[in-house]
Design a protein around this ligand. Structure first.
Ligand code: FMN
Length: 197
């Protein structure tokens, strides 16, 4: 009998993780958080990953985004092919950055249908944590994506030298990764359906 994930075409090999980091800056705390999340995923399942730093795409935004040979076209194709999309941005003025939104503005509307999406943000303080729920999540509702229930927010004091150092953030990453795995990994789904007692 085929498994739940085989029926729905979910991955059984290395998990293709594609992250979009909406920061215009580098180094970037958001990039550091994304790298840490991918590393934690990699401790649990086999992962192939790419991080799209949107700041790198800025010189190319004027070109035809439908052309798959342009850097923006390549990024859009990678996003569409991901098994798991990590949608990450610094908080600017209470929301994701304009650059982050621009990537999704030029993404075809059906590209994320039923795709698991882990929402991630960094901010100067804890004050804007809920921007993940009232700004990020509705954007992926437009795309009919499967946003994962638990998002990850890190604030400035949880980083040092562009590395995740906060214990609270570290444990929130572990919790979100554990919650995400059954949605994206056949092995993790099997384990959660048949827990060892
Ligand atoms: C233009 C600008 C606007 C910002 N607006 C907010 C904000 O509304 N709320 C907040 O918590 N942090 C805000 N910040 C702080 C950044 O979100 C925070 O430092 C973030 O971790 C930077 O991420 P990065 O290092 O990946 O660029 C703002 C920073 C800048 C430069």
């Amino acid at each position: 009998m085929s498994s739940f994930f085989e029926s729905f075409g979910r991955p059984t090999g290395a998990l293709k993780v594609v992250a979009v980091n909406g920061s215009p800056s580098f180094p970037s705390k958001t990039n550091a958080l994304v790298e840490e999340i991918i590393a934690r995923l990699g401790e649990q399942v086999s992962v192939e990953s790419v991080i799209i730093n949107v700041g790198d795409l800025v010189p190319f935004f004027g070109a035809s985004f439908a052309d798959p040979s342009t850097p923006v076209g390549v990024a859009l194709a990678q996003i569409a092919e991901a098994d798991l999309l990590i949608a990450a941005s610094p908080i600017y003025k209470g929301s994701y950055t304009g650059l982050f939104k621009h990537v999704f503005d030029v993404l075809p509307p059906a590209a994320l249908a039923d795709k698991p999406v882990l929402l991630v943000a960094t901010g100067g303080s804890e004050r804007h944590t809920l921007a993940l729920e009232h700004q990020f999540r509705p954007l992926f509702g437009f795309f009919q994506a499967d946003t994962l229930p638990l998002a990850i927010y890190g604030h400035d004091s949880e980083f040092e030298n562009y590395l995740v150092t906060g214990e609270g953030l570290s444990s929130r990453i572990d919790r979100a990764v554990a919650r995400a795995l059954p949605f994206v990994s056949a092995d993790a789904r099997e384990a959660s359906l048949h827990p060892v007692i």
